[in-house]
Ligand binder design. Structure first.
Ligand SMILES: Cc1cc2nc3c(=O)[nH]c(=O)nc-3n(C[C@H](O)[C@H](O)[C@H](O)COP(=O)(O)OP(=O)(O)OC[C@H]3O[C@@H](n4cnc5c(N)ncnc54)[C@H](O)[C@@H]3O)c2cc1C
Length: 585
């Protein structure tokens, strides 16, 4: 059968939906999500189905087909009946089938069955890179447990994408309320299952009635135990989730500022190595990495990992190692008093530390279009705003940026949106984006790239309705309807809060190591060379994106975080009393 014929088969035929070839037993069980296997070898199909059924049969309907025609016919019936398909497990030479099956069930995770072949020509390499499959399983597998472990992970990823069965928090808000992105972001970063209820909806009204509230003050957040919060700020939300928002530790060995990958890793290592560790974060954990829908280049995760999960695990690890973690608490000042380093906090308190690690990362650079800035949170977002992706269902979405983060965001949003337009100022993406992303974008039917294009204006009533684009190649200006705009045009370091004693480059990035010796304004007095990540204030280190010369990757931030702790040890061991650095007159 040709690929065109398969596509014809895949198109839903509503009239056929009543008459499916799926037997009645399968139909009656199909309310459970489906785990679907296509294997043209009937013996191997039988073995796979029975193995999978043994482990997953209680929660999933395990079924399959031994030919693409049979498979598509069954999947088509499921699509027509609205039965959810969680997983498509398909031989790697059945890519046409997989494409058609995925058209019918776009939310299903796609798993390739591949032969053991670690060459770059293995079909899995290209297929997964181009986003035509999510995972693979190598056959033969050594034991069933290995296969079960992998499948459980893939099914868990599918489950995470679904609406939760149990809601820890219920949010009642007016559509378009600008606080919704913050609420969603916090809930998503802490993996809190939550439901969103429009105040105009029957369910939303019922929830407000039950709480004895009217709709005069929104949003309302109701916790599973009935605790009600009206228009909560970040500290109140964080407290309700169960994390510290005020610091009750006056002194410590090391204070770490910022809970992105660099800060969290520093906290894991510092606490695990016996240092009394306080970590302060102005928002909630994860930093930029926490907003990344899929990090594919972090070692140890061959199919990638969503940044939120990676950061949440690291945060739990830091906590279990004994780090004292404080969220919604911004560091606003840093001073040197003899051997003490004093970190001043937004709430007026302070922490006295023997050493400090600055891991405050970067903030997104602003577009500077006033009408769009006014719509932040109402269709305009800085960063990937991963938590918004489900809300992008069937929308027309624009992404500005030419870096890896913009590329990833465009591909992730393409899973939900009707159209995604990636806007870049340059002549091509290849100079700034990894080739695997460039190829995946070129292969996506949903993502369109507009090069040499800038957003010069845009607007709407209460929410974004249009963007105005200028084509720098031919000078034309075009206005297009837009439901959402994600802006990812580089960053500025979070260093405005630092004292002038901490030397920085012209972009505000913190200078470290021997770089500081080349600064005429800095007098380095400790009588030794600065440690590699040490700033011009002895005993204060910088890690991750905030550091001049950082290569802005999760793995390098993680590396910096662990290295900084090693250097903190050296500083604490070798250094007894260091005179403060002074600026030259
Ligand atoms: C959407 C997206 C996708 C990405 N994808 C990838 C990828 O696939 N692979 C990859 O390697 N890299 C990727 N990156 C880059 C990567 O996430 C960053 O390089 C990395 O997060 C930097 O880590 P960091 O800890 O140095 O800083 P950040 O992640 O920026 O974290 C800094 C933290 O410090 C906090 N903070 C700031 N100021 C203060 C203050 N005064 N007091 C207290 N806390 C403060 C911030 O709130 C933040 O939580 C991506 C980035 C984005 C945005």
């Amino acid at each position: 059968m040709t690929s065109a014929e398969l596509h014809t088969l895949a198109a839903p035929h509503p009239a056929d939906s009543q008459e499916s070839s799926v037997d009645s037993l399968e139909r009656s069980r199909a309310v459970e999500p489906v785990l679907f296997v296509l294997d043209e070898n009937p013996t191997s199909l039988g073995v796979l189905l029975s193995d999978l059924n043994r482990r997953f049969g209680n929660d999933f309907t395990v079924t399959g087909g031994s030919s693409p025609e049979e498979g598509l016919s069954k999947l088509q019936a499921m699509a027509a009946a609205g039965d959810p398909v969680a997983l498509l497990l398909v031989d790697d030479d059945a890519m046409d089938f997989l494409a058609c099956a995925h058209e019918l069930h776009p939310r299903a995770k796609r798993v390739l069955l591949v032969d053991r072949d670690y060459s770059t020509t293995s079909p899995a390499v290209q297929t997964i890179t181009l986003g035509h499959a999510d995972y693979h399983i190598v056959r033969p597998w050594m034991d069933d447990e290995m296969m079960y472990r992998a499948m459980s992970e893939y099914l868990a990823a599918w489950t995470r994408d679904q609406d939760p069965n149990f809601e820890l928090f219920r949010i009642i808000a007016a559509e378009g309320d600008r606080k919704i992105p913050l609420l969603r972001d916090v809930m998503t970063r802490f993996s809190m299952p939550f439901g969103f209820y429009a105040v105009q909806s029957e369910a939303g009204r019922r929830l407000l009635d039950a709480a004895g509230l009217d709709a005069s003050r929104l949003p309302v957040v109701i916790r599973y135990d009935g605790r009600v919060m009206i228009d909560p700020g970040l500290p109140e939300l964080a407290r309700a989730i169960g994390v510290h928002v005020s610091n009750d530790v006056d002194t410590c060995d090391v204070a770490i500022i910022g809970a992105g990958p660099a800060g969290l890793t520093a906290a894991v290592y510092a606490a695990s190595e016996g240092l009394e560790t306080v970590m302060l974060e102005l928002a909630v954990s994860g930093g930029q990495a926490g907003s990344s829908p899929m990090i594919r280049n972090y070692p140890g995760f061959p199919h990638g990992i969503d940044g939120g999960s990676l950061m949440e695990r690291t945060c739990e690890q830091a906590w279990l190692m004994g780090a004292h973690i404080v969220f919604a608490q911004e560091a606003v000042g840093l001073e040197c008093e003899g051997d003490d380093r004093i970190v001043r906090l937004r709430d007026g308190t302070q922490v006295c530390a023997r050493a400090v690690v600055i891991a405050t990362g970067v903030d997104w650079r602003r577009l500077g279009v006033p009408r769009l800035e006014a719509l932040i949170g109402a269709g305009v977002f800085y960063g990937a705003a991963m938590s918004e992706s489900r809300a992008m269902q069937d929308q027309n979405v624009f992404v500005i940026g030419a870096g890896n983060s913009a590329g990833q965001a465009a591909l992730h949003l393409a899973k939900y949106a009707a159209t995604v337009t990636l806007l870049a100022r340059g002549k091509n993406l290849a100079t700034s984006m990894s080739s695997y992303l460039v190829r995946a974008i070129a292969a996506s039917p949903i993502v369109t790239v507009r090069l040499r294009t800038e957003v010069i204006d845009g607007g709407g009533g209460d929410a974004l309705e249009y963007v105005q684009l200028a084509n720098r190649a031919n000078g034309s200006v075009q206005e297009l309807p837009a439901d959402a705009l994600f802006i990812m045009i580089g960053g500025e370091p979070h260093t405005q809060w630092l004292p002038s004693e901490i030397a920085r480059d012209s972009g505000g990035y913190v200078l470290t190591g021997r770089e500081i010796l080349q600064q005429p304004a800095v007098q380095w007095r400790p009588g030794r060379d600065p440690f590699p990540l040490e700033t011009s204030m002895p005993g204060v280190f910088a890690a991750g994106d905030v550091r001049h010369g950082s290569i802005a990757r999760v793995a390098s931030a993680v590396g910096d975080g662990s290295t900084a702790v090693r250097l903190v040890h050296e500083y604490l061991c070798e250094h007894q009393a260091v005179p403060a650095v002074q600026e030259s007159p």
